[in-house]
Design a protein around this ligand. Structure first.
Ligand code: ADP
Ligand code: MG
Length: 261
């Protein structure tokens, strides 16, 4: 394997909503241009953890953070951080497509326009290339000015990914991106992630309960679990190959081996 460069270093992260501790002592690195999967039972803090990586956790409640999250060596919890810029660079795709009641084109243009004005031709190019990157162009090129909400659920999810790609994030966080999709739509999202993995420099973090999918698309896996006080922790981290064939911790073994053929 080539030399691994950490894009994010999480150092001893404790996270609370109000006074309730949700995550404890989480330390891990997210490597540049690699796919890192976060797995673990429901309620162990996976979604909360990835929201800590771009401070979206602060949009959900009275968030309190201890420890550090360094994005290319800068602690994102420092005061002088520009949150809009951070969330463009470390961008999140949610389990359910959250498009605006606008056209396909305007949904993808939305984030790009916030960043700054661009001439129409340039905007057209950015939008076309983002939709192509999201493997959706052939399906929507004749519907660019129709409502995005008329697309199928799977197409909407790939459009959400296109919208994110249009602002050129460095890191793409995906929280169960195939949630609720049928197997065919789910496979299309997976194929898209796989093609981004092979042809781009993008760093990706994906939460998934589908371990066969995780095995196919990720380079590294982190297994999270709650401790005896029901606080989320990272139990084990390693290459996906190692985590799925020869994990060290018995909790990882129990979880992984029960879900793989
Ligand atoms: P997972 O994604 O692994 O299922 P979550 O990160 O969604 O887990 O949740 C971890 C814990 O944090 C759960 O106990 C959940 O109830 C709690 N939690 C999640 N979001 C909030 C919130 N906005 N306010 C308070 N508690 C929350
Ligand atoms: Mg979740």
């Amino acid at each position: 394997m080539n030399k691994l460069i950490p894009a994010i270093k999480v150092k001893n992260l404790n996270f609370y909503y109000d006074t309730q501790k949700i995550l404890e002592g989480v330390s891990m690195e997210i490597y540049q241009s690699k796919v890192t999967a976060i797995i673990g039972p429901s309620g162990c803090g996976k979604s909360t953890f990835i929201k800590c990586l771009n401070r979206m956790c602060e949009l959900e409640g009275e968030a309190h953070v201890e420890g550090k999250v360094e994005f290319f060596n800068q602690n994102i919890y420092e005061r002088r951080i520009n949150l809009n810029r951070l969330r463009r660079q470390v961008s999140m795709v949610l389990p359910k497509p959250n498009l605006f009641p606008l056209s396909v084109y305007d949904n993808v243009a939305y984030g790009v326009k916030i960043v700054g004005w661009r001439p129409k031709v340039e905007l057209d190019e950015i939008i076309e290339s983002a939709i192509k990157e999201a493997d959706l162009w052939d399906e929507v090129k004749n519907k660019l000015h129709k409502s995005a909400l008329e697309l199928s659920a799977g197409q909407q999810q790939r459009l959400c990914i296109a919208r994110t790609l249009a602002v050129k994030p460095k890191i793409l966080l995906m929280d169960e991106p195939c949630f609720g999709l049928d197997p065919i739509a789910s496979m299309k999202v997976e194929t898209l992630i796989q093609s981004l993995r092979l042809r781009s420099e993008l760093t990706m973090v994906i939460i998934s309960h589908n371990l066969q999918q995780v095995a196919r698309i990720s380079d590294f896996t982190a297994f999270f679990h709650t401790n005896e006080n029901r606080i989320g922790q990272i139990v084990e981290f390693g290459t996906t190959k190692k985590m799925f064939s020869n994990p060290i911790d018995s909790r990882t073994r129990d979880y992984v081996f029960a879900r793989l053929p």
